[in-house]
Design a protein around this ligand. Sequence first.
Ligand SMILES: [Zn+2]
Length: 447
Amino acid sequence: MDSLEKIVSLCKRRGFIFPGSDVYGGFAGTWDFGPLGVSLKKKIMDEWWKFFVENREDIYGIDAAILMNPKTWEASGHTATFADPLVECKECKSRFRADKIAKNINESVTTEEFLKTHTKCPVCGKENWGPIRKFNMMFATHVGAVLPDDDQEITAKNIAYLRPETAQGIFTNYKNVVDTIYPDIPFGLAQQGKAFRNEISPRDFILRDRECSQMEIEYFVNPTTWEDNFEKMRNLQHEFLEKIMGLPENKIHELEVPAEDRAHYSKRTIDFMFEYPNGQEELMGLAYRTDFDLTNIAKASGKSMDYRDKTTNETFIPHVIEPSIGVERLFLAILSSAYTEDEIDGNKRTVLKLPANLAPFKFCVSPLLKNKPELVQKAKAVYDKLRTKYGNVTWDDSGNIGKRYRKQDEIGTPACIVIDFDTLEDDTVTVRDRDTTEQTRTSIAEL
Ligand SMILES: [Zn+2]
């Protein structure tokens, strides 16, 4: 097994992540978070919110609807350009993203360029391709009462899309926020939520799924200051990823995205790449979106998107710096840098060295022996006390103590607390450290 397979297997075995609709044989590109996974995911999202919104005075939160007026996607350019180059094998009818199966081509590849690469079909091995067609990745749905036998005009009129990015929910609320709280510039609006992309071939576990959670900030700045603010946001991302999420600095690599590969709205983009078990992949993006979105919204809605500077009275459409991160990508980066196999006194073990602020449980409490009521009673009292104080504390009295340690190591619990006969005498417990496996004696009052 390679290390990504090992992580996928641990995720399923311990209840972090299950394949979506598992009981029906799955549903491509979807994943469900189990009890431990949702705990880790929530902690990631809460830490982000604390770091970027609650602990700052210049960034405010919003939470927009997933279904938005279809004009949104006309104005943003998604209806026209949010498309992948789809190519079909004429032999076996398999469909692929052309830029993912051929080397050295990008998303704007033409049929002619693709054929020149002489790529063979990954499924049947033949080389017999149809033309490249643009496939829009937005999920379409119908809003209101629409029946299959309604005429085409009615059906087309009722089409809406599941949002392909959370960003537009921010841009479309920019004016509401400016009109209601009139923040000093620069200011940011932050949002967390689901986004949907109809990926042609979802793969790589949760890296390329059809439904994902995003955390995005649109940081509105005076256009003359975009470079300084870009640097500010760039440094903040490193601080968050390395200090708060605990990702190793040497596994994060910045990639300056060349003009021809940038999204249609961007004048500068840095991709933060991460060394995942199966190679470098994008972890997050930092983009200078200029006034592209606000200008298009102003044109499409007929409403002014101007901002008036309170001190200089200067009026302008703000430019935007956008840090955008996928929760699942961050989740997998954290899991893969925490995943460790080591050997303690000749015994192999798997341990998730999760940072303490992200571990699903802070402590595991257990009685040394399950069949001694006085130990169980004392352990329950310690468990209740710690749960009241910290919340995320778990109980385990199954199997022997060694087995309990193995299990807690695998789910990343930083410390195991064991109540034994000495506890009954002097109110001290054994605290066993996940990473070093060292055991120390501590009084209950100090926990
Ligand atoms: Zn084929």
